[in-house]
Design a protein around this ligand. Structure first.
Ligand SMILES: [Zn+2]
Ligand SMILES: [Zn+2]
Length: 115
């Protein structure tokens, strides 16, 4: 399924497509953040042999960053979540896509490997 490249919610540059474990997702070449469409986190974590991670959001704080997919109609919400305590996620309330700042996504996958 071809996907339209989005613009980074933090720096507005066009993101690149990356492929990991058969899943295409977007990566910002400028800030190294990662955008996952709804469901891609589950797919990625499931294919690592474990149980799929499910994000549960515990709070939402509106940000000024636009969703790469729904812009300019939707902004991201900074959310406390169940996965890891040391960072928040930026989530789109419309398409449920998730933004990971630089290092957050690798950290999540790494912690999963060594529970
Ligand atoms: Zn960026
Ligand atoms: Zn969106």
């Amino acid at each position: 399924m071809p996907r339209e490249l989005g613009q980074c919610p933090k720096c507005d540059v066009l993101m690149d497509t990356m492929r990991m474990l058969g899943v295409d997702f977007e990566n910002c070449p400028s800030c190294n953040g990662v955008w996952l469409d709804h469901g891609e986190l589950e797919t990625l974590t499931r294919s690592r042999g474990g149980q799929a991670l499910h994000v549960e959001l515990k709070s939402n704080k509106r940000t000024n960053c636009m969703c790469p997919k729904c812009r300019p109609a939707a902004v991201l919400f900074e959310s406390v979540h169940n996965l890891q305590e040391d960072f928040t996620l930026d989530v789109c309330g419309t398409c449920q896509g998730i933004w990971f700042d630089r290092g957050e996504f690798p950290s999540l996958l790494q912690n999963r490997k060594h529970p």
